[in-house]
Design a protein around this ligand. Structure first.
Ligand code: GLU
Length: 358
Protein backbone atom coordinates (compact mmCIF):
# COMPACT_ATOMS: atom_id res chain seq x y z
CA UNK A 1 0.00 0.00 0.00
CA UNK A 2 1.22 3.48 -0.75
CA UNK A 3 1.80 6.21 1.84
CA UNK A 4 -1.40 8.16 2.55
CA UNK A 5 -1.46 11.70 1.19
CA UNK A 6 -1.87 14.46 3.77
CA UNK A 7 -3.34 17.06 1.43
CA UNK A 8 -5.21 16.40 -1.80
CA UNK A 9 -7.21 18.19 -4.46
CA UNK A 10 -10.04 16.22 -6.06
CA UNK A 11 -11.47 17.42 -9.36
CA UNK A 12 -14.79 16.00 -10.50
CA UNK A 13 -15.75 16.45 -14.14
CA UNK A 14 -19.16 17.23 -15.56
CA UNK A 15 -19.60 13.71 -16.97
CA UNK A 16 -19.19 12.18 -13.52
CA UNK A 17 -21.80 14.51 -12.04
CA UNK A 18 -24.42 14.17 -14.76
CA UNK A 19 -26.29 11.30 -16.40
CA UNK A 20 -26.32 10.60 -20.12
CA UNK A 21 -29.44 12.79 -20.50
CA UNK A 22 -27.61 15.73 -18.86
CA UNK A 23 -29.49 15.64 -15.53
CA UNK A 24 -27.51 15.70 -12.26
CA UNK A 25 -26.55 12.21 -11.09
CA UNK A 26 -27.45 12.69 -7.45
CA UNK A 27 -26.75 9.05 -6.58
CA UNK A 28 -23.17 9.28 -7.78
CA UNK A 29 -22.57 12.74 -6.31
CA UNK A 30 -23.80 11.42 -2.98
CA UNK A 31 -21.48 8.42 -3.22
CA UNK A 32 -18.53 10.70 -3.98
CA UNK A 33 -19.34 12.94 -1.03
CA UNK A 34 -19.45 9.80 1.18
CA UNK A 35 -15.93 8.97 0.07
CA UNK A 36 -14.71 12.54 0.56
CA UNK A 37 -16.21 12.49 4.07
CA UNK A 38 -14.40 9.23 4.84
CA UNK A 39 -11.11 10.82 3.78
CA UNK A 40 -11.88 13.89 5.83
CA UNK A 41 -12.54 11.73 8.90
CA UNK A 42 -9.21 9.99 8.34
CA UNK A 43 -7.59 13.42 8.64
CA UNK A 44 -6.88 14.11 4.96
CA UNK A 45 -7.00 17.80 4.07
CA UNK A 46 -8.98 18.12 0.89
CA UNK A 47 -10.18 20.63 -1.63
CA UNK A 48 -12.87 19.82 -4.15
CA UNK A 49 -12.88 21.31 -7.64
CA UNK A 50 -16.30 20.58 -9.07
CA UNK A 51 -17.57 21.19 -12.58
CA UNK A 52 -21.21 20.63 -13.39
CA UNK A 53 -22.62 24.14 -12.91
CA UNK A 54 -23.49 24.57 -16.57
CA UNK A 55 -24.84 21.01 -16.65
CA UNK A 56 -26.99 21.58 -13.57
CA UNK A 57 -28.27 24.83 -15.07
CA UNK A 58 -29.17 23.15 -18.33
CA UNK A 59 -31.41 20.76 -16.42
CA UNK A 60 -33.22 23.68 -14.76
CA UNK A 61 -33.60 25.82 -17.86
CA UNK A 62 -33.68 23.73 -21.02
CA UNK A 63 -35.09 26.73 -22.93
CA UNK A 64 -31.68 28.44 -22.59
CA UNK A 65 -30.57 26.49 -25.64
CA UNK A 66 -32.12 29.31 -27.70
CA UNK A 67 -29.67 31.89 -26.28
CA UNK A 68 -26.35 33.03 -27.72
CA UNK A 69 -23.26 31.01 -26.59
CA UNK A 70 -21.54 33.22 -24.00
CA UNK A 71 -24.69 34.55 -22.34
CA UNK A 72 -26.07 31.05 -22.30
CA UNK A 73 -23.03 29.67 -20.45
CA UNK A 74 -23.09 32.60 -18.03
CA UNK A 75 -26.76 32.16 -17.22
CA UNK A 76 -26.70 28.40 -16.99
CA UNK A 77 -23.68 28.46 -14.68
CA UNK A 78 -25.26 31.15 -12.49
CA UNK A 79 -28.38 29.12 -11.84
CA UNK A 80 -26.65 25.73 -11.93
CA UNK A 81 -23.94 26.70 -9.44
CA UNK A 82 -26.55 27.46 -6.79
CA UNK A 83 -28.23 24.12 -7.37
CA UNK A 84 -24.92 22.26 -7.25
CA UNK A 85 -23.80 23.96 -4.03
CA UNK A 86 -27.13 23.36 -2.36
CA UNK A 87 -26.70 19.68 -3.12
CA UNK A 88 -23.12 19.61 -1.79
CA UNK A 89 -24.18 21.55 1.32
CA UNK A 90 -26.87 19.00 2.14
CA UNK A 91 -24.73 15.99 1.38
CA UNK A 92 -21.73 17.21 3.41
CA UNK A 93 -24.06 18.22 6.25
CA UNK A 94 -25.17 14.58 6.36
CA UNK A 95 -21.59 13.86 7.50
CA UNK A 96 -21.48 16.84 9.90
CA UNK A 97 -19.19 18.68 7.50
CA UNK A 98 -19.38 22.24 6.25
CA UNK A 99 -18.47 23.14 2.70
CA UNK A 100 -17.85 26.58 1.20
CA UNK A 101 -17.90 27.94 -2.32
CA UNK A 102 -14.99 29.67 -4.05
CA UNK A 103 -15.45 30.83 -7.63
CA UNK A 104 -12.24 31.82 -9.37
CA UNK A 105 -11.20 33.29 -12.69
CA UNK A 106 -7.83 33.07 -14.39
CA UNK A 107 -7.21 36.69 -13.38
CA UNK A 108 -7.16 35.61 -9.74
CA UNK A 109 -4.00 33.62 -10.37
CA UNK A 110 -2.10 36.36 -12.20
CA UNK A 111 -1.39 38.82 -9.47
CA UNK A 112 0.82 37.50 -6.68
CA UNK A 113 -1.05 39.51 -4.03
CA UNK A 114 -4.38 38.18 -5.22
CA UNK A 115 -2.96 34.69 -5.40
CA UNK A 116 -1.70 34.81 -1.82
CA UNK A 117 -5.04 36.18 -0.68
CA UNK A 118 -6.89 33.25 -2.21
CA UNK A 119 -4.37 30.85 -0.70
CA UNK A 120 -4.95 32.36 2.76
CA UNK A 121 -8.67 31.82 2.42
CA UNK A 122 -8.27 28.19 1.34
CA UNK A 123 -5.81 27.47 4.12
CA UNK A 124 -8.10 29.03 6.71
CA UNK A 125 -10.97 26.87 5.49
CA UNK A 126 -8.83 23.74 5.67
CA UNK A 127 -7.77 24.70 9.17
CA UNK A 128 -11.43 24.94 10.20
CA UNK A 129 -12.15 21.53 8.60
CA UNK A 130 -14.39 23.12 5.97
CA UNK A 131 -14.40 21.56 2.50
CA UNK A 132 -13.68 24.28 -0.10
CA UNK A 133 -15.63 23.64 -3.30
CA UNK A 134 -14.12 25.50 -6.24
CA UNK A 135 -15.34 26.16 -9.73
CA UNK A 136 -14.55 28.65 -12.42
CA UNK A 137 -16.66 31.78 -12.14
CA UNK A 138 -18.27 31.13 -15.52
CA UNK A 139 -20.82 33.89 -15.04
CA UNK A 140 -18.15 36.61 -15.27
CA UNK A 141 -15.18 34.88 -16.96
CA UNK A 142 -14.15 36.49 -20.23
CA UNK A 143 -14.07 33.88 -23.00
CA UNK A 144 -10.47 34.56 -24.07
CA UNK A 145 -9.26 34.43 -20.48
CA UNK A 146 -11.02 31.29 -19.35
CA UNK A 147 -9.23 28.29 -17.89
CA UNK A 148 -8.72 25.63 -20.56
CA UNK A 149 -11.03 23.59 -18.32
CA UNK A 150 -11.40 22.83 -14.63
CA UNK A 151 -8.37 20.52 -14.80
CA UNK A 152 -6.31 23.68 -15.19
CA UNK A 153 -8.01 25.30 -12.20
CA UNK A 154 -7.44 22.13 -10.15
CA UNK A 155 -3.81 22.01 -11.18
CA UNK A 156 -3.28 25.66 -10.17
CA UNK A 157 -4.88 25.03 -6.79
CA UNK A 158 -2.76 21.92 -6.26
CA UNK A 159 0.40 23.95 -6.80
CA UNK A 160 -0.94 26.85 -4.75
CA UNK A 161 -1.63 24.70 -1.70
CA UNK A 162 1.41 22.49 -2.06
CA UNK A 163 -0.92 19.49 -2.13
CA UNK A 164 0.58 16.00 -2.28
CA UNK A 165 -1.80 14.72 -4.91
CA UNK A 166 -4.40 15.77 -7.44
CA UNK A 167 -7.11 13.23 -8.33
CA UNK A 168 -8.94 13.96 -11.57
CA UNK A 169 -12.18 12.03 -11.87
CA UNK A 170 -13.71 11.77 -15.34
CA UNK A 171 -15.82 9.15 -17.09
CA UNK A 172 -12.83 7.06 -18.23
CA UNK A 173 -10.38 4.94 -16.22
CA UNK A 174 -7.32 6.97 -17.17
CA UNK A 175 -5.01 7.20 -20.16
CA UNK A 176 -5.25 4.45 -22.69
CA UNK A 177 -2.79 3.39 -25.32
CA UNK A 178 -5.42 3.74 -28.07
CA UNK A 179 -9.06 4.75 -27.79
CA UNK A 180 -10.85 4.21 -24.44
CA UNK A 181 -13.77 2.82 -26.47
CA UNK A 182 -11.62 0.05 -27.93
CA UNK A 183 -11.97 -2.98 -25.61
CA UNK A 184 -8.39 -4.02 -26.40
CA UNK A 185 -6.86 -0.66 -25.51
CA UNK A 186 -4.43 -0.89 -22.59
CA UNK A 187 -4.76 1.37 -19.55
CA UNK A 188 -1.44 3.08 -18.87
CA UNK A 189 -0.86 2.61 -15.12
CA UNK A 190 2.09 4.94 -14.65
CA UNK A 191 3.43 7.87 -16.63
CA UNK A 192 6.61 9.80 -16.04
CA UNK A 193 6.26 13.57 -15.65
CA UNK A 194 8.84 14.08 -18.40
CA UNK A 195 7.74 11.40 -20.87
CA UNK A 196 6.40 13.20 -23.94
CA UNK A 197 6.10 10.03 -26.00
CA UNK A 198 2.88 9.07 -24.15
CA UNK A 199 1.01 11.84 -25.95
CA UNK A 200 1.40 9.98 -29.24
CA UNK A 201 -0.63 7.03 -27.88
CA UNK A 202 -3.58 9.07 -26.68
CA UNK A 203 -6.63 9.12 -28.94
CA UNK A 204 -7.96 12.68 -29.41
CA UNK A 205 -11.40 12.02 -27.84
CA UNK A 206 -13.39 14.60 -25.91
CA UNK A 207 -16.07 13.92 -23.33
CA UNK A 208 -19.61 14.89 -24.30
CA UNK A 209 -20.39 17.63 -21.75
CA UNK A 210 -17.11 18.85 -20.18
CA UNK A 211 -14.67 21.22 -21.85
CA UNK A 212 -11.39 19.31 -21.61
CA UNK A 213 -9.94 16.42 -23.61
CA UNK A 214 -7.51 13.63 -22.75
CA UNK A 215 -4.48 15.27 -24.36
CA UNK A 216 -4.96 18.48 -22.37
CA UNK A 217 -5.49 16.29 -19.28
CA UNK A 218 -2.15 14.60 -19.80
CA UNK A 219 -0.32 17.88 -20.43
CA UNK A 220 -1.82 19.42 -17.32
CA UNK A 221 -1.11 16.29 -15.26
CA UNK A 222 2.54 16.23 -16.31
CA UNK A 223 2.99 19.90 -15.56
CA UNK A 224 1.46 19.41 -12.11
CA UNK A 225 3.65 16.37 -11.45
CA UNK A 226 6.72 18.39 -12.44
CA UNK A 227 5.70 20.90 -9.80
CA UNK A 228 5.69 18.24 -7.10
CA UNK A 229 2.28 16.52 -6.80
CA UNK A 230 1.22 13.03 -7.84
CA UNK A 231 -1.64 13.19 -10.34
CA UNK A 232 -4.12 10.34 -10.51
CA UNK A 233 -6.63 10.03 -13.36
CA UNK A 234 -9.54 7.70 -12.68
CA UNK A 235 -13.17 6.96 -13.47
CA UNK A 236 -15.46 8.77 -11.03
CA UNK A 237 -18.40 6.56 -11.93
CA UNK A 238 -16.82 3.45 -10.40
CA UNK A 239 -17.86 2.58 -6.85
CA UNK A 240 -15.35 3.55 -4.14
CA UNK A 241 -12.86 4.68 -6.77
CA UNK A 242 -11.53 7.62 -4.78
CA UNK A 243 -10.72 5.52 -1.71
CA UNK A 244 -9.25 2.81 -3.91
CA UNK A 245 -6.91 4.98 -5.95
CA UNK A 246 -5.68 6.79 -2.87
CA UNK A 247 -4.79 3.39 -1.42
CA UNK A 248 -2.85 2.62 -4.61
CA UNK A 249 -5.51 0.26 -5.96
CA UNK A 250 -8.14 0.18 -8.71
CA UNK A 251 -7.88 1.11 -12.39
CA UNK A 252 -6.15 4.46 -12.82
CA UNK A 253 -3.24 6.28 -14.40
CA UNK A 254 -0.75 7.86 -12.06
CA UNK A 255 1.67 10.58 -13.11
CA UNK A 256 4.41 10.53 -10.54
CA UNK A 257 5.54 13.70 -8.80
CA UNK A 258 8.95 15.21 -9.06
CA UNK A 259 10.30 16.40 -5.71
CA UNK A 260 11.63 19.65 -4.34
CA UNK A 261 10.01 22.52 -6.23
CA UNK A 262 9.72 25.86 -4.40
CA UNK A 263 6.45 27.77 -3.97
CA UNK A 264 7.69 30.72 -6.02
CA UNK A 265 8.56 28.39 -8.88
CA UNK A 266 5.11 26.79 -8.66
CA UNK A 267 3.50 30.18 -8.99
CA UNK A 268 5.83 31.24 -11.78
CA UNK A 269 5.16 28.14 -13.83
CA UNK A 270 1.52 29.08 -14.14
CA UNK A 271 1.88 32.74 -15.10
CA UNK A 272 0.46 33.43 -18.54
CA UNK A 273 1.70 37.00 -19.03
CA UNK A 274 5.03 38.74 -18.70
CA UNK A 275 5.90 42.45 -18.52
CA UNK A 276 9.07 42.11 -20.55
CA UNK A 277 11.03 39.83 -22.82
CA UNK A 278 14.68 38.90 -22.46
CA UNK A 279 16.40 37.45 -25.50
CA UNK A 280 19.38 35.27 -24.66
CA UNK A 281 22.22 33.78 -26.70
CA UNK A 282 22.89 30.07 -27.22
CA UNK A 283 25.41 29.83 -24.36
CA UNK A 284 22.98 31.36 -21.86
CA UNK A 285 20.22 29.08 -23.10
CA UNK A 286 22.41 26.05 -22.56
CA UNK A 287 23.35 27.18 -19.06
CA UNK A 288 19.71 27.77 -18.09
CA UNK A 289 18.51 24.44 -19.42
CA UNK A 290 21.39 22.45 -17.93
CA UNK A 291 19.78 20.14 -15.40
CA UNK A 292 23.15 19.24 -13.80
CA UNK A 293 23.83 22.72 -12.46
CA UNK A 294 21.99 25.67 -10.97
CA UNK A 295 22.32 28.85 -13.03
CA UNK A 296 20.89 32.35 -12.81
CA UNK A 297 20.40 34.52 -15.89
CA UNK A 298 23.37 36.89 -16.21
CA UNK A 299 23.42 40.02 -18.41
CA UNK A 300 26.38 38.67 -20.37
CA UNK A 301 24.10 36.13 -22.03
CA UNK A 302 21.39 38.66 -22.91
CA UNK A 303 21.31 39.96 -26.49
CA UNK A 304 18.40 42.39 -26.23
CA UNK A 305 15.36 43.34 -24.19
CA UNK A 306 11.75 44.25 -24.86
CA UNK A 307 9.27 46.03 -22.61
CA UNK A 308 9.57 48.63 -19.89
CA UNK A 309 9.79 46.30 -16.89
CA UNK A 310 10.58 47.18 -13.29
CA UNK A 311 12.26 45.23 -10.51
CA UNK A 312 9.90 42.39 -9.49
CA UNK A 313 8.14 42.18 -12.85
CA UNK A 314 7.72 38.93 -14.71
CA UNK A 315 10.02 38.34 -17.69
CA UNK A 316 9.67 35.85 -20.51
CA UNK A 317 13.03 34.39 -21.50
CA UNK A 318 13.46 33.73 -25.19
CA UNK A 319 16.18 31.77 -26.96
CA UNK A 320 18.21 32.57 -30.11
CA UNK A 321 15.57 30.98 -32.36
CA UNK A 322 12.70 32.93 -30.76
CA UNK A 323 11.78 29.87 -28.66
CA UNK A 324 10.31 30.37 -25.19
CA UNK A 325 12.77 29.05 -22.62
CA UNK A 326 11.26 30.08 -19.33
CA UNK A 327 9.98 32.74 -16.98
CA UNK A 328 11.63 34.69 -14.22
CA UNK A 329 11.33 37.71 -11.98
CA UNK A 330 13.50 40.74 -12.80
CA UNK A 331 16.01 41.66 -10.09
CA UNK A 332 16.21 45.20 -11.53
CA UNK A 333 14.42 47.34 -14.10
CA UNK A 334 14.81 47.59 -17.88
CA UNK A 335 16.97 50.77 -17.70
CA UNK A 336 19.63 49.23 -15.49
CA UNK A 337 19.47 45.95 -17.42
CA UNK A 338 20.05 47.84 -20.70
CA UNK A 339 23.25 49.38 -19.25
CA UNK A 340 24.83 46.05 -18.35
CA UNK A 341 23.60 44.01 -21.30
CA UNK A 342 26.29 41.70 -22.70
CA UNK A 343 28.76 42.74 -19.97
CA UNK A 344 30.71 40.44 -17.69
CA UNK A 345 30.65 40.45 -13.88
CA UNK A 346 27.16 41.96 -13.50
CA UNK A 347 24.48 41.02 -10.99
CA UNK A 348 22.06 38.34 -12.27
CA UNK A 349 19.02 39.81 -14.03
CA UNK A 350 16.99 36.77 -12.91
CA UNK A 351 18.13 34.83 -9.87
CA UNK A 352 17.83 31.04 -10.02
CA UNK A 353 15.33 30.99 -7.14
CA UNK A 354 12.95 33.10 -9.23
CA UNK A 355 13.36 31.26 -12.50
CA UNK A 356 11.52 28.40 -14.17
CA UNK A 357 12.52 26.82 -17.43
CA UNK A 358 10.11 24.98 -19.69
N1 GLU B 1 -16.93 25.37 -15.06
C1 GLU B 1 -17.72 24.51 -15.88
C2 GLU B 1 -18.97 24.06 -15.13
O1 GLU B 1 -19.01 24.08 -13.94
C3 GLU B 1 -16.99 23.24 -16.31
C4 GLU B 1 -15.68 23.45 -17.01
C5 GLU B 1 -15.08 22.11 -17.45
O2 GLU B 1 -15.73 21.36 -18.18
O3 GLU B 1 -13.97 21.79 -17.04
O4 GLU B 1 -19.94 23.66 -15.73
Amino acid sequence: MQQPYAKIVVKIGTNVLTRADGSLDITNISHLVDQLATLKKQGTQLVLVSSGAVGAGRELLPAADQLEGVVRRQMLSAIGQVRLMELYRQLFAGHQLLCGQILATKEDFRDRQHYLNMRNCLEAMLHERIVPVLNENDAVAITELMFTDNDELASLVTAMLNADALVILSSVDGLFAGSPNDPNARLIAEVDAEDESVLAHIAPVKSSFGRGGMDTKLRMAQQTARLGADVILANGQRPDILLQVLAGEGPRTRVKARNGVSNVKKWLAHQPDAKGKVFVNAAAKEALLNSQSVNSLLPIGVTHLEGDFQKGDLLRIIGPNKEAIGLGIAQYGAGEAQDCLGKKGQKALVHYDYLVVF
